[in-house]
Design a protein. Sequence first.
Length: 203
Amino acid sequence: MPRYERKDHLHQRAKKEGLRSRAAYKLEEIQKQFSLLSKGDRVADLGCWPGGWLEVASRLVGPGGRVVGIDLAEVDPPIAAPNVTALVGDLEDAETGARLLEALGGEPADVVLSDAAPKLTGVRERDRANEERLLEAIEALLPRLLQPGGSFAIKILEGPEAQQIDRRLRTAFAKAKTVKLASTRKGSTERYLVARDYRGGEG
Ligand SMILES: C[S@@+](CC[C@H](N)C(=O)[O-])C[C@H]1O[C@@H](n2cnc3c(N)ncnc32)[C@H](O)[C@@H]1O
């Protein structure tokens, strides 16, 4: 089955190349298309476990940059790069914004990435509600977490509720594009909204 082969191929490739996850290829694909990350950038990575994006982002921002991730799960083994910090926490918790900001050194990020996705329950209504809550929590974090003019990439699982949030998010940026990545598993409903020039918190 093509779907199985594709999954297998990228998993095997990730393993061979010593990557923590096949998800790493997604950020590389986004970077190739949009050049989102630059040397020296300060980056927040929401839903970062097991750390594939952290490693890619760490390399792209270089030693002068900083990458702060957060996930419900602990990134283990920890990322060895000195420009990476991985926090354990829930994006829906009230104190998460302050914790991320502190780890970023007190200044909002140049780039916010989110590959976060709720664990699927198999009950469609519940899965959609969980995705909606997660996207809303991330949307609510942006004003304090992303600096005006900053960039953003977020995974969105298709659904009527997600569409509304997608629309709202787009208005917060001067430019936005939705892409389906080649490295996404065939049949998946995931898309990435890639947006630039954040208008800023109060806009
Ligand atoms: C597809 S994985 C991320 C893969 C990662 N980008 C990589 O490259 O290794 C999605 C992650 O989102 C996390 N997640 C889901 N809901 C979350 C929440 N409320 N708070 C923090 N992390 C969450 C999950 O724990 C999961 O590890």
